[in-house]
Design a binder for this molecule. Sequence first.
Ligand code: MG
Length: 158
Amino acid sequence: MYRIGQGIDFHQLVEGRKLFLGGVLVPHHKGCLAHSDGDVLLHALCDALLGALGLGDIGLHFPDTSNEFKDADSKLLLKRCYEMVQERGFSLVNADMTLLLQAPKIRPYVAAMQQSISDVLTVEIADISIKATTTEHLSFIGREEGVVATATVLLQRN
Ligand code: MG
């Protein structure tokens, strides 16, 4: 039995914050404004995992009003989401994600992001796809005011 899930996340980009994407610190003059570390890609992936089994969203499980999750490492949130999936007898077949951002170029970091995510989920790197696109300078993304990530996952019952 298979289950599909999708997730999307948005964050503002502001000066003076570190930019974490896919569990990797990407050198940039701006980072995501957030209660946690603001890893927009991992948040979209968390929502896709939760969504595949109808378990709500990360805001439900990790409220941004909780001090426990202040500046939280989103890899821990991802691990906890995947534990919920595993507890229900499912495992990841593959994940496909897209980052929408104008800058910086993330291609040099994609392999490290795949490694980071596959380490957390204990799956093969080949099962973790990360793509990126600019918006050709259109919209808040093109003005470098924010970043968006989408994720789709397929789960199978063990
Ligand atoms: Mg988020």
